[in-house]
Structure formats: structure tokens, C-alpha cells
Write a protein that binds this ligand. Structure first.
Ligand code: EPU
Length: 432
């Protein structure tokens, strides 16, 4: 099993380049098979969830050519099946975008019930509502979601909850339906906009993405395209927090500062310094940071995917902070791990009350999911002594080369094999 080992206390300095957005890329890869022409996608993040989805579309007959780590050419002209099920696919969330994409193109799709991070119950009723409104019949049988339609017909859909997944999935199917679809109470996240822009680059007719009303005029055919994915808002935010938490000075490059406003605002509030450029952001901090109250909200509010990293930083900030999670009901599982490192945090239903301690101390902790794993890395960077983080496979689902990017910023951090009995000693000798 692979683990991260970190010696805390070193300020991060220098520059880091942010990769493409994982959650946009998942929707874009699914959309890419909706045309029989060739699609070239650039700025693809080199992370596990993306590999799984690319293998899945290869499995149903798409031609996938990896030009390099960040560029792929996809040809969906020879797809021979709309049935997708394997062990890996069941573990990721983005696999469900193939439901909407294949339903749009072939009026039929069957995808294994998706997994994803265990952060609370993750229903798909709104996806089903969207497909059914377009005229599809949706059945869940033997662990598979089956969607079928004689024809898809544009419809007026009002989502009961704001869902990134349901918005993207319905948008995919509706872009090849007959007539106009209006999605109300749609998600506004940057990756929703990126998937819409990509579909439009293939000839779709989608207007209003980024607002809560999206209008889609269905087209009969989509064509080939070349597209570059937007930078990952959450990877950027994670490095911004790591920079401030370590009392460092980091220039975070290849970002869209507008997408980071909620994150920057909170960092400013607790005493970090932020400097914005066109496509970069500099985060600097010194001394002990202050306390704040945060509530996760849909975009443009504070993102739930930054909640664990926020809690980690506040665990050593001066005073009492409150973090309220309003998107998922079970996203505080990592708090026990932070407590192992000396944090003083009490969780009451969807709220964490954090009494900032002077310091954290290194310990052996376990990443319960992707973003919580990143939060434990931030905690390890701040802690006195050595921290070992188990289950880095969660972190690798969504962060490209995490340990190398951290090392380049001066972090004493390495990935080691838990079976290698000498690895910890070697690391300690190297960094002492
Ligand atoms: N919801 C429903 N019914 C649905 C769909 C969602 O009730 O049919 C609820 C969920 O239970 C949740 C809320 O709506 O309470 C929001 O869920 P959403 O559908 O927006 O989340 P998602 O599409 O499953 C994506 C990201 C998550 C990110 C959320 C929120 C992907 C593959 N995943 O999930 O990313 O937390 O949006 O922004 O895009 C991550 O990257 O670490 C991650 C978990």
C-alpha cells in the first residue's frame, strides 16, 4: 500500500502549475463519444478517475489515443455497445455521464450504479428526472441504470436540488433531443460551463450555462472539435491553502482567478495575502492565521470540495471557527484523523466547531476520501514532526503528481511503500 510521509514545518515557496479540471474532464470525455468524428482534448489532468473513464469508453469501442499525458484524441465513430460495467467504473462518480451522452446519441444506455467518494448519500433522482422528462424510461436493475427512449423530446425541467451531475447529464442528453429543453435551477459551477462550451464547440446549441437557466436547442448531429479543459479550481484552492497553512509564498499558475474568489475571500479574512494576476494567483502568509465562519454552498459560494482543507487550516488558527457543510451530510469523517494530530474539533450534525490549537503534531492517519486526504496533507505540512497518510489512492484519484508538486515547492514529502520497512528511516535521514 502506498503512503505519504511528510515532515512538517517547512514553508512552501516557488511556483506550481495547476492541471486541468477533473470534474470538467469527466463530462467532456463522455461528451466526446457523442460524435462520430475525431475530438482532440487538451489540458487533461493525469489522474486515476480520468484513466478509468478513458478505459471505459475504449471498452465500448471508442478509439482512444493518448498523444501525451495531457492530450488525448478520441474517436467515438465505432462504438459497439452502450453497456458499461466493471469494478473500476463502479468506484467513480463521473461514469454516469456516459448515461446522458449515450442516451443522447443512441437513445439507449446502461451504466453501472456509480460510486465516488463516500461523503454521504448521493442519490441520482434528479438525473432520472431529467432523462424521464426528455421521454426516456429509466430502470435500476441488477446494479445497472438503464435508460431508453424511442425518441428524446425537449422539455422544461425544474430541478428540485441544484446538482452538478444532474445538470451536466441532462444537458448531454438534451443536446441531441428534438426541440428545445430548458433546465431551471441548474448548477452554475465552472465545470458545467466548460462541458457546455465543449458541446457547443461540437455544434450543440446551449445557452445560459453559468446561470441557473440553461436553454438547449437539440441538434441531430455533433461534429469533431479541439478543446482545452479549464484549470482545476479545487486543485488550485488546495495549493492556495497549503501555501497559507505552511506560512509560505507560492505563485499558483494556470488558474482562472474568478473561479477562486470564494476561496481567496476566506484566505484574506483569516489574514493571508493574495495577489491576483490574469492567470495566476500568489498566496503569502506569515504568523498565526485568524478564525472565521464558513458555510459550503453551490457556486459561487464556498465549495464543499474545499471544506476539509479549510477545516485543516482553521484547526491551528487563533480562536473559534465554525464550518457548516450544506451539500453533503457526511463530509466530516476526517475530523477524527485531525484529532489524532492534536486538533480540537467537535462535530454536531453538519457543523464543525473548531477551537484553534497552537500546533498539530505528526501522526499516522488515514485518508477517508479525496479532498479529506488533501486536507490531511495540509495538516501534515503544518504539523511538528512526521505524518504518515495512508490510502493515498484516494488522493491520486483527483490530484496529479501531488507529492512531486509539493516537493517542487520545498515540502519534505514523499510517497513510500508501506511494505518497504526501510522507507521511513531513509526519508527521515534524508530530511533531517
Ligand atoms: N443530489 C440529489 N439528487 C441527485 C443529485 C444530487 O439529491 O440526483 C444532491 C446530492 O446528494 C448533494 C447535492 O445534490 O447533496 C449536490 O450533488 P451534485 O449532484 O452537485 O454532486 P455530484 O455531481 O455527485 C460533483 C463533483 C463532486 C462535488 C459536487 C458538488 C463530479 C464527478 N463530482 O458531484 O466532486 O463535491 O459535484 O460540487 O463532478 C470531488 O471532486 O472530490 C467531488 C466529490
Amino acid at each position: 500500500m502506498e503512503q505519504y510521509i511528510i515532515k512538517g514545518g517547512k514553508p512552501l515557496t516557488g511556483e506550481v502549475l495547476i492541471s486541468g479540471a477533473k470534474n470538467a474532464a469527466l463530462g467532456i470525455i463522455a461528451a466526446a463519444v457523442m460524435t462520430d468524428d475525431i475530438v482532440k482534448i487538451d489540458n487533461l489532468p493525469d489522474v486515476k478517475d480520468i484513466d478509468v473513464l478513458l478505459q471505459a469508453i475504449e471498452g465500448i469501442g471508442a478509439k482512444v489515443e493518448r498523444i501525451n499525458r495531457h492530450t488525448v484524441r478520441i474517436h467515438g465513430g465505432k462504438i459497439n455497445s452502450v453497456f458499461l460495467d466493471n469494478d473500476y467504473l463502479r468506484k467513480i462518480r463521473g461514469s454516469y455521464y456516459l448515461l446522458g451522452a449515450l442516451l443522447g446519441k443512441y437513445k439507449s444506455s446502461a451504466v453501472a450504479m456509480p460510486g465516488g467518494c463516500n461523503i454521504g448519500s448521493r442519490p441520482i433522482d434528479q438525473h432520472i428526472k431529467g432523462f424521464e422528462a426528455l421521454g426516456a424510461t429509466v430502470k435500476i436493475e441488477h446494479g445497472m441504470i438503464n435508460a431508453k427512449a424511442e425518441e428524446l423530446i425537449g422539455s422544461h425541467i425544474y430541478f428540485d436540488v441544484v446538482s452538478v451531475g444532474a445538470t451536466i447529464n441532462t444537458m448531454l442528453a438534451a443536446s441531441m433531443a428534438d426541440g428545445q429543453t430548458i433546465l431551471e435551477n441548474a448548477a452554475k459551477e465552472p465545470h458545467v460551463v466548460d462541458v457546455a462550451n465543449f458541446l457547443n464547440s461540437m455544434g450543440a446549441n446551449i445557452k445560459g450555462a453559468g446561470t441557473d437557466v440553461i436553454r438547449i436547442k437539440g441538434v441531430q448531429k455533433l461534429h469533431g472539435s479541439e478543446y482545452s479543459i479549464i484549470p482545476d479550481q479545487i486543485e488550485a484552492g488546495t495549493f492556495m491553502f497549503a501555501a497559507a497553512a505552511s506560512k509560505g509564498d507560492v505563485l499558483i499558475k494556470n488558474v482562472i482567478p474568478k473561479h477562486l474568489e470564494a476561496i481567496s475571500a476566506k484566505l484574506l479574512e483569516i489574514g493571508a495575502q493574495i495577489e491576483e494576476f490574469d492567470d495566476a494567483i500568489r498566496v503569502k502568509a506569515s504568523g498565526r492565521l485568524g478564525h472565521t465562519h464558513v458555510k459550503t454552498l453551490v457556486y459561487p459560494g464556498f465549495p464543499t470540495d474545499m471544506q476539509p482543507q479549510m477545516t485543516a487550516i482553521l484547526s491551528v488558527s487563533q480562536g473559534m471557527s465554525i464550518v457548516t457543510e450544506s451539500i453533503y451530510e457526511n463530509r466530516f469523517k476526517y475530523v477524527d484523523e485531525l484529532s489524532r494530530m492534536g486538533a480540537s474539533i467537535k462535530v454536531e450534525s453538519n457543523t464543525a466547531i473548531i477551537d484553534g490549537v497552537e500546533r498539530l503534531t505528526g501522526a499516522i492517519v488515514s485518508a477517508p476520501d479525496l479532498r479529506a486526504g488533501a486536507a490531511l496533507v495540509i495538516a501534515g505540512l503544518m504539523a511538528e514532526g512526521y505524518t504518515i497518510i495512508e490510502h493515498v489512492e484516494y488522493i491520486e484519484r483527483g490530484y496529479e503528481n501531488f507529492e512531486n508538486k509539493m516537493q517542487d515547492l520545498g515540502a519534505a514529502m514523499e510517497k513510500i511503500d508501506s511494505e518497504d520497512t526501510k522507507a521511513v528511516r531513509k526519508f527521515k535521514l534524508k530530511v533531517s
